[in-house]
Every structure is written in structure tokens, then in C-alpha cells.
Design a protein around this ligand. Sequence first.
Ligand SMILES: Nc1ncnc2c1ncn2[C@@H]1O[C@H](COP(=O)(O)OP(=O)(O)OP(=O)(O)O)[C@@H](O)[C@H]1O
Ligand SMILES: [Mg+2]
Length: 373
Amino acid sequence: MISAARRPRVLVVDDNVAFLDNLQELLSDAGYDVSIAATCQAARERAKGGFDLALVDLRLPDGDGTVLAAELKGGSPESEVVLLTGFATLETAMAAVRAGACAYLMKPCAPQELLLTLEQAMRQVRLQAEKRELARRAQVTEKLAAVGTMTAGLSHEIRNPLNAAALQLSVLERRVRKLAEEQQVPLLEPLSLVRDEIRRLDHILEDFLQFARPREFKPERVEVEPLLRRVVDLLAGQAESRKVRLEVTIPSPSFQVSAEEERLRQVLINLALNAVDATPEGGVVHVSGGEDDRGVWVMVDDSGPGIPVALRDRIFEPFFTTKAQGSGLGLSIAHSIMVQHGGALEVGEVPGGGARFVLRLPKAAPVLAKPLG
Ligand SMILES: Nc1ncnc2c1ncn2[C@@H]1O[C@H](COP(=O)(O)OP(=O)(O)OP(=O)(O)O)[C@@H](O)[C@H]1O
Ligand SMILES: [Mg+2]
């Protein structure tokens, strides 16, 4: 489903075919997604598909394992490399460290020892990924705080003249409507374009003000099913005009979260609008929700092009947009609202393409029955 849930990928590089076969079986049984290579050249090719761990033999027919290890680590710093060696000397240990390997194993090694070493290396990979995620969140929060302060004043200053302009526009429209029919048409068209632009500016200001108004957070019990249905109803017109089907599936209808309904609705609208935007004519946007032992989840799937892995961190940054008319605030607002709720917002992909956004929220506390008497 989402990146955290996939099987760890291990790349095994060794020129001994029987050994490769054995390892492939052992590691697949242990839950790894295994790819194999018998030469440096083949390993470079395989590594392009991505890997979490590489297990590399020191002696390879077309090169030195330590050189390959350094190369693999350089190309994928978030991954870890374990070196395999036929004999242990101080030199091999030092070469392993220089190559950036996190461990090295002596051949032949017992399956248990091998699995344990890979498990430890995988723990390292996950720890690094968590650290990167924390650093990214801290960066986003910092940026949001700066944006909030800056926009508080600016938004007010812009809003007043904008409201005045909208008011004058209504006056103008009323006067035009009093003219003869044939004079009205050429005047009303540009007026309606100006109104659309003013509405767009107003929408952007509303987004900005979300940062600037640090309101108190007051969570209540919110029924998820009716909320999802209302959001889908609200966007039905927009989806229809773009010829996108908007569906909602809720396996178990009655579940509640602890949330502020208005803000949660805003998160869902932002996600669903993005999904509708990204989906081509004839496509589907699918909203679903349910409960598991981690809490409540809501998923927004679309059948658009998906989000390239390289952009998945950036889309949550304030002002990051690929749309000519976008403010790039939708997802950063959604993300900060989810953090405020003690939840999370993750991005992934739908099997077969398309973007998938997953919200996680804490369940509402159970209602305690009143004692009798
Ligand atoms: N479902 C999706 N499929 C593909 N790309 C998406 C999807 N959702 C978001 N994105 C990408 O993430 C970017 C940021 O989204 P975000 O909602 O923050 O801003 P926006 O939609 O561009 O502007 P705004 O929401 O302020 O009108 C988008 O410009 C788009 O490139
Ligand atoms: Mg958006």
C-alpha cells in the first residue's frame, strides 16, 4: 500500500550461482524482495530499480566488490551495504569500512547469522528514513510559521481593497443589466472573467489566513461516514463537469474520530479536489474509509498519472505547485491540520498507477456507560 508497508528489497551480488540460488530462497522465505546479480555490471543495472540492502561479494569476475559497494552506496545513500568475504583480514575489514559498508560477513556463514545481520542493517535503513522524515517535517513547520507571520498582515491589507473591488463590480453588473440586451452581452462576459479572478484571489487569501489564524483546537466526536458522503456530494458538480466519477466506499458504516469537523472537511476537500484535478476524463476518484488496530484511516485514490517518487516529499511544502492556477498550499494545510489532530497524511500509489493519499486519525474515545443507580 504505502511505502512503509512494502517488503524490504535486497540486492545480492555474487558470482557463485548455487550460492545465489540458496540465498534467494532463504531471503524470499524471510520476507525480502530479492534481486540477484552475478557481476558488477549486472548489479549496476539491477540497482537502478532501487534497493534497501545490498549484499556484495568481495571478489567478482569483472571488478572489486569494495569498489562496487562504494558505488552502490554513493548512488543510494539511504540504503545499506553488507560485504561478503571468503577470509577475514584487517585489510578486508578496513576496505569494508572505506566502502561505506555497515557490516561484513565471512563465508560460509550460517543462515541465522546472515538474517540477523541483514535485519540489523534494515533497522539502520528504517532509522535513517525516520530521521529524514522528521527533518522534513521540521523544515515544513518552520516554513509554515514564517508564512503565517508574514501573511497575517498582508492578507488583511489585500482583502479590504479586494472586497471594495468586488462591491464595485456588482454595481457595474447591475448597471449593465439595465442596458438593452444586445449591449449587455459583450460587457457581461469580461465582467464575469473579472469576478472569477477576484474569487480566485479570495480563495488564495483564505488559504493564507489559515496559517495566520492560530485558532484553538477543539476536537469533538465526528462520524466519518456522513462526513465523507457530504464531501463527495459537495464536489459532485465539479467532478461531473470534468467527466470524472467520484465514488465512496465505507465497509463499516459507524465509526468516529476525535477531530474538528470543519478542519477535517477542509483536508478531505483539498485531497479530493487535487485528485479530481489530476484525473483525466473518464477516470475515477475513489474515497474510502475504515478502522484497524492503528486507528481510523481514510484513503483518496485517483486514476491520474500518480506522483513521481522524487516529488513525494516536495508536494507537502508550502507554495509547491505544478499548476498554473495553484497556490501550492492545499497539501501543506492538510498536512498541518493532520499533525494538529495527532494523525498523519501519507502519499503513495494505487496499484496500476494513480495517486493515493492516506489519512490516519485517532479513534474517538469510547463512550463510558453511566453507572446504574
Ligand atoms: N492526486 C494527485 N495526483 C497528482 N499530483 C498531485 C495530486 N495531488 C497533489 N499533486 C501535486 O502536488 C502539488 C501540490 O498540491 P497542493 O494541493 O498543495 O497545491 P495545488 O493543488 O497545486 O494548489 P491549491 O491546492 O492551493 O489550489 C500539485 O500542484 C500537484 O503537482
Ligand atoms: Mg490542491
